[in-house]
Design a protein around this ligand. Structure first.
Ligand SMILES: [Zn+2]
Length: 178
């Protein structure tokens, strides 16, 4: 089962590499819920877990807004703050902290030009990013429409792809560690 899933994940990664220019090392943008999840489930070192899942080297990112949101959650999230501080910081221009969702959106935007995979445990954030036009939703349409949308948008909607993948990743992590 695990091998099957792993094959599926890697196939998806290959697809995004070929069609949308995602390149190794893959950049994974983690929000606070995901960092917390990794720690709670002992999925560390996180880059190893994610590398294994995606079948390639990864770089883990977060943002200053996400770190300060974690800080604001107090004692229970101290470990998550420390872990988040060890990740690379994706640059956001928010002088005052904004919500994780707003911050992620500002980084990924409509085109996801930086080719981030988004890793979150937050259903609302996933839903929100999935509302945007994206190849995954296009898959349900007829083939012809898909290809045009994908070609036109090129690297767009990576955020959504990322989310889907990250869900899978998470499941995988659980399986591999338990
Ligand atoms: Zn920010």
């Amino acid at each position: 089962m695990r091998v099957k899933r792993q094959k599926r994940h890697r196939k998806v990664v290959r697809f995004y590499s070929a069609c949308f220019g995602f390149r190794e090392p893959y950049k994974v943008l983690c929000d606070g819920t995901f960092i917390h999840h990794l720690l709670v489930h002992g999925l560390t070192p996180a880059d190893d877990s994610l590398s294994h899942l995606l079948g390639a080297r990864v770089l883990l990112f977060t943002t200053r807004c996400i770190v300060s949101e974690l800080k604001s959650l107090g004692e229970s999230h101290i470990e998550a703050v420390e872990a988040a501080n060890q990740l690379l910081m994706a640059r956001c221009d928010h002088e005052k902290r904004v919500s994780a969702e707003t911050c992620l959106h500002s980084i990924i935007g409509e085109s996801n030009s930086e080719h981030f995979f988004l890793a979150t445990e937050d259903c609302e954030i996933r839903k929100k990013f999935q509302e945007a036009p994206n190849p995954l939703s296009c898959k349900r349409k007829k083939q012809n429409e898909n290809t045009t949308v994908i070609n036109n948008q090129d690297t767009e909607a990576g955020g959504v792809r990322k989310k889907k993948r990250s869900r899978r990743r998470k499941r995988d992590h659980k399986e591999t560690t338990q």
